[in-house]
Design a protein around this ligand. Structure first.
Ligand code: SF4
Length: 353
């Protein structure tokens, strides 16, 4: 190991002591539970956006038991706006498992953590290092970018070979003490200095031996994921009103927008009408509203909302517990996909005067 290698963690910690973040809400009241919730929220969302959601989530679900016993709709409602609802679903399921298998504790064992839904190697490492002071590495998106540049990796860092190299490096440089600060230092350096565009190398504690900087390739590394053609799928959604409420259905627990409440949806208008046999006879010719464009991980959805106007309430429909008539005042009570929430709040439902 060279002198430079031996001081990698020290350089990061020295920089962190002066420039890093020290007053994040999950740092101030650090516990395995708050660390876990914050890490899951941070998986796809930036720190500044996470802070208000974290506070409101912890207020409502202050510990594992509160989360494990909560109603799923309440969990989704408190996640609403953060997106990527599978994170909330996994968090809820994992809390139940912690109660069932670990006496309500977040495990401090990597294998037990990795067995919980929604916890991958990097999130497990962050919990072990930050909540339990154990020497485990992280490799979230920010850290991956820093290390890919530092090591000068000229292939997509998500490839198997690059992942091995990055994890090996991260594992070998883990600080023996101050593991929580070292973990936060890496995240902060990625988000504050080694930014995706225009990294601030002149302020970076790694500048002396950063390979990307030496090769003048900081704008080329990390290498982008090889592109694949993204298909566009088309679907239609029904807007059915009764008085000042709109009909929503709860989607099944698997698939897109799983377990969220949304408009009745189908691939074609014909199959949409087939899915609404009890009210089909009452429906007027629909008015097509502005289509919704939404990007999922593997495809783009173009959803055409069709406004069928007002119908008489059908007892056969309203008796089902996966069907609900929702008014404006209840928009925040349930988990809704972001574009559907926007459509309902701004176009369909009227705010009570
Ligand atoms: S020197 Fe520049 S490119 Fe290298 S790790 Fe630091 S900020 Fe990133």
């Amino acid at each position: 190991m060279t002198e430079t290698d031996s001081t990698f963690a020290q350089r990061l910690l020295r920089w962190f002591d002066v420039h890093g973040r020290h007053d994040l809400p999950w740092q101030i009241e650090r516990s395995p539970y708050t660390t876990w919730v914050s890490e899951v929220m941070l998986q796809q969302t930036q720190v500044s956006a996470v802070i208000p959601y974290f506070r409101q989530f912890i207020d409502r679900f202050p510990d594992v038991h509160a989360l494990a016993t909560a109603d799923e709709d309440a969990v989704f409602a408190h996640w609403s706006g953060l997106g990527y609802y599978s994170r909330a679903r996994n968090l809820h399921a994992a809390a139940k498992l912690c109660v069932e298998l670990h006496d309500g504790h977040i495990p401090n064992d990597p294998d037990a953590l990795l067995a919980l839904p929604g916890i991958g190697r990097s999130t497990a490492g962050a919990i072990l290092a930050q909540a339990y002071g154990l020497p485990y590495p992280i490799l979230d998106g920010n850290v991956r970018r820093v290390l890919a540049r530092y090591l000068g990796i000229e292939e997509w860092p998500g490839s198997a070979a690059a992942q091995r190299r990055l994890w090996d490096f991260a594992q070998n440089r883990v600080a023996a003490d101050r593991t929580a600060d070292y973990t936060q230092a890496q995240m902060d350096l990625g988000s504050m200095i080694c930014k995706p565009r225009k990294p601030r190398c002149a302020e970076c504690p790694l500048q002396s031996d950063c390979q990307a900087l030496a090769m003048e390739r900081t704008n080329r590394i990390p290498v982008a994921k090889p592109r694949r053609e993204r298909p566009t799928r088309h679907a239609v959604a029904a807007i059915l009103m009764h008085e000042d409420r709109v009909l929503l259905i709860k989607r099944p627990p698997a698939g897109i927008w799983s377990s969220l409440w949304t408009l009745p949806q189908a691939d074609t208008t014909e199959s949409l009408l087939d899915s609404l046999p009890r009210v089909a006879a009452q429906l007027a010719a629909p008015v097509a509203l502005e289509p919704i464009e939404h990007a999922f991980s593997h495809y783009d959805l173009r959803l055409q909302p069709l406004h069928f106007g007002t119908i008489e309430l059908s007892p056969q429909i309203s008796d089902r517990n996966d069907v609900r008539w929702l008014g404006y005042a209840e928009l925040n009570d349930v988990g809704l996909p972001a574009p559907i929430r926007t459509l309902l709040a701004h176009t369909i439902l009227r705010k009570p005067q």
